[in-house]
Design a protein around this ligand. Structure first.
Ligand SMILES: [Zn+2]
Length: 280
């Protein structure tokens, strides 16, 4: 029952988003009508030629008052990619909260997995085989999804933005095995149990649990960003920091900075760095 109410609310929010886009047009049309000489005169009873003109201006139907939260907007934005929202408190929900900002990508050419958790190497490979990849200019084997690479190449043509650890694939799209290897550099089986139980979250900003990294999706890169100009060039090309406290980690969202709040992401400044986080 709760689920269907949520679904109805989600559909309503999507309709509301479309309405918002056309609303200004509707208002403009109404104002044009009201300002034309004949309808102005007809607004004063008994003056002017009112034949065929209604003295009652047709106002747009008022929308019922509804509170649309950041979370509503976020869930509406990710719905085209993620048909099933994980249950609150589940491991997948925890992962969606930490890494799910990438799902707001509105570019139809960008692919995202059907779930936030890729189970193993074969599942990761099967997903990665569906991607159209492109090399990041000036690197040996750093690949990203083509839209992400194109945007990054443009940003890096404006500003010198080095990769975190050099010019290899480790900073870019990774295999399941690399994700696993990185995890065991910083964490262990017990840490994973703690994360799954919702008792440990800090590690998520250091390293992603096996099968959950944005680097598996071809939409993340680790960079060495040291000044505002580099940051600005990345923002202008749809790249943002979306994983709290993971300083070198950048995510391709493919949208403008000013559109992020409308898509439900919330800005949080931590140690002087501006992150765009999910509202979950
Ligand atoms: Zn990273």
């Amino acid at each position: 029952m709760r689920r269907s109410v949520k679904k109805i609310k989600l559909i309503f929010v999507m309709i509301l988003m479309v309405f918002t886009l056309v609303a200004s047009n509707t208002i403009n049309h109404y104002q044009l009508g009201a300002n034309s000489p004949v309808s102005q005169e007809c607004l004063i009873v008994g003056t002017g030629d009112c034949r065929g003109v209604s003295t009652t201006p047709s106002l747009p139907t008022p929308m019922p008052e509804i509170i649309v939260t950041e979370q509503d907007r976020f869930l509406a934005a990710i719905a085209p990619h993620l048909s099933t929202i994980p249950q609150v408190g589940s491991y997948e929900y925890i992962l969606l909260r930490a890494y799910g900002a990438a799902f707001i990508n509105q570019n139809p050419a960008v692919q995202l997995p059907a779930t936030v958790l890729l189970q193993d190497e074969p599942e990761t490979l099967a997903f990665q085989e569906t991607l159209t990849m492109m090399k990041v200019d000036g690197t040996n084997d750093c690949y990203l999804q083509a839209s992400a690479a194109t945007a990054l190449n443009e940003a890096r043509s404006q500003q010198n933005i080095p990769l975190k650890s050099g010019y290899g694939s480790g900073d870019c799209t990774r295999s399941f095995a690399t994700n696993l290897r990185f995890w065991y550099k910083y964490a262990n089986r017990n840490t994973l149990e703690q994360v799954r139980a919702g008792k440990e979250t800090a590690i998520l900003g250091v390293v992603a649990p096996p099968g959950t990294s944005q680097h598996l999706w071809g939409l993340a890169i680790d960079l060495r960003v040291s000044n505002a100009q580099q940051r600005q060039a990345l923002y202008e090309h749809g790249w943002f920091q979306t994983v709290a406290k993971d300083v070198p980690h950048w995510t391709y969202l493919g949208v403008k900075l000013e559109d992020l709040p409308q898509l439900g992401l919330k800005q949080q400044v931590i140690n002087g760095i501006s992150y765009w986080l999910t509202p979950l």
